[in-house]
Design a protein around this ligand. Structure first.
Ligand SMILES: Cc1cc2nc3c(=O)[nH]c(=O)nc-3n(C[C@H](O)[C@H](O)[C@H](O)COP(=O)(O)OP(=O)(O)OC[C@H]3O[C@@H](n4cnc5c(N)ncnc54)[C@H](O)[C@@H]3O)c2cc1C
Length: 284
């Protein structure tokens, strides 16, 4: 289908983009890589009066070192996150997860911030941002605010980014020396995950000193598997510890039932994939 008619602007600065959004009101839509927005427009699920293309705002692109954190610009394409040495060294979990997003074609157009702002519950990047304790910079007419990952994903396709606001960058505390693994379960290559698990684990001596686990597609938003995290910390990094901890992975989740699997099947998958992800992250 062909989208309904809309006005289009491609500003060169963040301030210009925010002004364009403010002028158009809630009828405006931000365009990043277009990989999710364009199908939505073509199906006329959304009919904006104005599309504000962020593609010319260079300040929103790239990865930088910021002391104890790395910062990923919202308009950084998936492929550039995947190949970035800073991300690989300090946020290996994200480096690995972004390699699971779609296929090379989508990864060359889609953006890190676009995927997170879109907040598809099956998206591969939400759970890893929870697991690394990321924070999100959101710019709006009244300035910039910071939102922790735990507060960013509010509901189905809904984040803390309000009408008139733009996600500008994602800040990730350096996880240098942590083990990390993203375990994604699909039936065919390049599919959205049926369930996936993101694990970041720090092992000191033979003991798990810190553990963060995020779940993909186990509810309307990405979720933390807090009971698993609590069961791991302070325990020896052994197969038995991880098996016992992973058994509670589905606690507090409400996974969907669809053609790829019933909710009960997903609950079972969550325990199996959590065990695999944590074992790999802990190097057991
Ligand atoms: C065939 C196909 C397969 C895919 N498979 C997967 C997969 O397996 N795993 C996965 O995780 N993803 C998958 N995706 C989605 C992919 O990750 C997209 O890149 C992503 O969903 C949207 O990113 P984008 O940059 O294209 O954003 P757009 O499509 O341009 O925008 C998406 C939404 O976010 C909003 N938005 C974008 N940027 C900002 C911003 N900076 N501030 C505020 N709002 C913003 C837009 O207004 C829009 O509502 C797939 C996509 C396709 C087309």
């Amino acid at each position: 289908m062909i989208p309904a008619q809309f006005d289009y602007v491609a500003p060169g600065t963040l301030d210009e983009a925010l002004s364009a959004l403010a002028e158009a009101g809630e009828d405006a839509k931000v365009l990043a890589g277009g990989q999710s927005l364009l199908p939505v427009l073509r199906m006329r699920l959304n009919v904006p009066s104005l599309v504000v293309d962020l593609g010319r705002i260079e300040a929103l692109r790239g990865v930088r070192d910021d002391g104890d954190a790395i910062v990923i610009g919202a308009m950084t394409r998936h492929i550039d996150v995947l190949t970035d040495p800073l991300v690989r060294e300090h946020a290996a979990l994200l480096s690995e997860a972004v390699g699971h997003v779609a296929d090379p074609q989508v990864r060359h157009r889609g953006t890190f911030g676009g995927a997170l702002a879109h907040a598809d519950p099956a998206g591969d990047l939400g759970a890893p941002t929870l697991a690394v304790g990321a924070s999100f910079e959101v710019a709006g007419p009244n300035g910039t605010r910071t939102v922790d990952a735990d507060d960013f994903f509010e509901d189905l396709f809904t984040t803390a980014v309000q009408d008139g606001e733009i996600l500008t960058e994602v800040r990730i505390p350096k996880h240098t020396g942590w083990g990390a693994h993203y375990e994604k379960f699909v039936r065919v290559a390049h599919q959205w995950p049926i369930v996936a698990v993101a694990a970041a684990v720090k092992v000191e001596g033979a003991t798990i000193s810190e553990a963060r686990v995020g779940l993909t597609n186990m509810g309307l938003t990405p979720l933390r598997a807090r009971s698993v995290e609590a069961a791991l910390v302070g325990q020896p990094a052994t197969d038995e510890t991880v098996r016992v901890a992973a058994a509670s992975a589905a606690e507090g989740t409400s996974p969907p039932s669809d053609l790829n699997g019933e909710a009960d099947y997903r609950r079972h998958l969550a325990t199996v994939l959590t065990r695999r992800a944590v074992l790999a992250a802990a190097g057991v």
